[in-house]
Design a protein around this ligand. Sequence first.
Ligand SMILES: *Cc1c(COP(=O)(O)O)cnc(C)c1O
Length: 389
Amino acid sequence: MDSNKKGINTICTHEGSVEDILFKGATSPLYTSTSYAFEEVDAKRYPRYFNTPNQAALSKKLAALEHAEEAMIFGSGMAAISTALLTFLKAGDHVVFQQTIYGGTYNLAVTQLEKFGISYSFTTGWQIEDFEREIRENTKVIYIETPSNPLLTITDLEGVARLAKSKGILTMIDNTFASPINQNPIDFGIDVVMHSATKYMGGHSDICAGVVISSKANMKQVYQTAICFGGNLSDYTVWLLERSLKTMGIRVMEQNRNAQKMAHYLMDHKDVVAVHYPGLESHPDHALAKSQMNGFGGMLSFELGPEVGVSEFFKQLQLIKPSMSLAGLESTVSAPVTTSHALMSPEARAAQGINDSLVRFSLGVEDMKDLVADIEQAINKVKSMQVHA
Ligand SMILES: *Cc1c(COP(=O)(O)O)cnc(C)c1O
């Protein structure tokens, strides 16, 4: 059966489960063994070989979700990303990173790659010319993230894939922010897709996991590296992740709807000076986002006006939680200046358009009227405190 022909929610619910042959139960039985009798001479089952029954089944669901041949599940997003990078890069190679990438990946680049003799550069923007400018003779990988954190810029998937293919370079994407519900980069020619499954895939703020998804040939190479580094996910959590993925479609679609409504509400708010969301027609890359995304996602960012300080605003919120994490059922906000981008110099942040009044907003599934009421009361309280001060 060609799973790519099935609808996304059908894949989420049914694809890649372990059949309960003994009792015909509705859910996958959990196999916790670290030791399996040899079935065939060279087919050893072992958690760190990424081939236990639960890992093997869930990998099928993940591959189907990204329209790919194979997937592997890791203990964290960073375990997935580091394993994938070190699979396709070796001493003497060069990698081009998009300017705005996840902080942990940035740290991996600047603190680890040199040890392996791998050189890197960051683009100064996210246009095709920005990537082209950084390519060297020994460039082996182009690494992108779209929509980006925290300004939700959009990188042209097809454009980057075409540029890389013309020079024999492999393309990798961190697709965490979009989730497979909103974006399937392999359809646009991107080679390797990675997710922090801690975010939309887990969705309930109780799982730390990661995923690498690609062609059979690429995954064969990832496998060789992965079994040496040993970053597999415990089967207990694999089982829990399967349960989470069943509702990913309906969760993310609700988060998309909330983000779109919230973006419009904030646009019209007199104490908000800018809103960054690819679903807004005013977003500079709205047309590009529309052409490569199935939904605009549950993440947005906005800038508060001069009368409302970010930290005061956070203190007054009652329902929406100030938090580092994102993509859960609960709405969360964070200030990139003091969290994800705190280690950058103010000048470097300014160059990327990240200022002190910027708020990153991860929309949950709460009712819009309650989210709006919370923001309204928080802004009013901050402003009234200033009047009385
Ligand atoms: C959280 C996150 C990661 C890292 O994932 P972990 O599961 O925390 O290791 C990577 N990329 C993006 C975009 C993330 O949001």
